[in-house]
Design a protein around this ligand. Structure first.
Ligand code: AQP
Length: 354
């Protein structure tokens, strides 16, 4: 049985300073996957417009996310790094997926509910359709794996639903045109054009939580800067934020079970584990029974040692915007070649004359 060739796709929105959650949930995994996969990494600038239309500094933000990718260790020659709006097929395929996806599917998305809040009628149509554009981003490259934070799990499930409905609605044409790849869907062997993409979410910190409230996701849009560690924070700021991080009065537990119902302790242990490429059990074996007054300085030292070289490199890359623009132009060209081929196939499958 032929199979889809493994390909990784993922994206980050240029909507503000990147934080430790973006790094551990996404970018650190992007870097590791380069060893084993062909990777396409994208600054998803069209997504930035869904919650807020006008951004005074969008160009700088796009360059800044690109600089973070490169500074973290992504190789733009061996893989593809580009910004989404450069490749018009993202929007084109998203339109087709708007016609595949059902309104009920979109209405169930928790991120839409959170971001639209109570004033849903006033949210942009783009915010509702966001997951359909995200599915297009991924499936334009027929990507088989997507490294993301846990908050994106539902959108990945929807991407699979869209792929599956497209494959099934057009199954006869896909087969007739010889454009399908055989795959198993449950117990059934089917011939599909789009793969059913797997999310890569695992790891000790799949959802990094706010340093001020262990029940809330660390997020760019939190009003408190103390809630997150930004990739651009200097060593003193990182140490101050970790020192001030909310904790409970108990020492760290001696086993993993002891982290249940202690969201802040669980979060800090998860961050330590992810930053040091260890398991939470390992970290507990080392620090179990110790007070936060001993654990926090060790965590600060680790965070500074991992993040400082990245922020230093980011600053130096941002001094040369022409270089960054060149990387994006080159990546856009190579991404465009794959995208063009997919759209040609998709149009043939649907029956659009091209
Ligand atoms: N707290 C987090 N923990 C783990 N992963 C996270 N990601 C985001 N926050 C966390 C992952 O980072 C990648 C890029 O995210 P994004 O910028 O495209 O979108 P986002 O999830 O909207 O980011 P924010 O910071 O949470 O922004 P706001 O404040 O606007 O909601 C994704 O893989 C995401 O899972």
């Amino acid at each position: 049985m032929s199979e889809f060739s493994p390909r990784v796709f993922s994206g980050v929105q240029p909507t503000g300073n990147l934080h430790l959650g973006n790094y551990l949930g996404a970018i650190r995994k992007f870097v590791a996957l380069q060893e084993s996969h062909n990777c396409v990494y994208c600054v998803v600038d069209l997504h930035a417009m869904t919650a807020q239309l006008v951004h005074e500094d969008l160009e700088e933000q796009i360059r800044s996310i690109t600089a973070a990718f490169l500074a973290a260790g992504i190789d733009p020659k061996a893989h593809i790094v580009f910004n989404q709006s450069r490749v018009p097929q993202h929007a084109e395929l998203a339109w087709i997926f708007n016609c595949v996806a059902r309104i009920g599917w979109m209405n169930r998305m928790t991120q839409f509910k959170d971001k639209a809040g109570k004033d849903r009628e006033n949210a942009s149509l783009g915010l509702l359709a966001y997951p359909s554009l995200m599915a297009a981003d991924i499936l334009l490259y027929r990507a088989t794996h997507v490294p993301v934070g846990d908050d994106q799990k539902q959108h990945l499930e929807l991407t699979r639903d869209i792929a599956q409905k497209f494959n099934s609605d057009f199954s006869e044409r896909i087969e007739k045109l010889g454009l399908g790849v055989e795959m198993m869907v449950g117990e059934e062997r089917v011939n599909g054009y789009f793969p059913l993409t797997e999310p890569l979410i695992e790891g000790p910190a799949p959802r990094v939580m706010s340093l001020r409230d262990g029940t809330k996701k660390m997020s760019k849009s939190d009003v408190s800067d103390l809630s997150r560690i930004n990739l651009t924070d200097d060593a003193d700021t990182i140490s101050k934020k970790i020192r001030k991080a909310k904790t409970d009065p108990e020492p760290l537990p001696s086993d993993l079970e002891g982290l249940v119902d202690r969201p802040e302790a669980d979060n800090l242990v998860g961050i330590y584990a992810a930053l040091s490429d260890r398991s939470k059990a390992d970290v507990i074996a080392e620090f179990g029974g110790r007070q936060f007054s001993a654990f926090k300085p060790a965590l600060s030292e680790l965070a500074v040692s991992v993040l400082s070289p990245i922020s230093t490199q980011m600053r130096s890359l941002l001094d040369d915007p022409a270089y960054i623009d060149g990387v994006l132009a080159d990546g856009g060209e190579r991404a465009g070649e794959i995208a063009e081929k997919t759209m040609k196939d998709v149009k043939a499958i649907i029956g659009l004359l091209a």
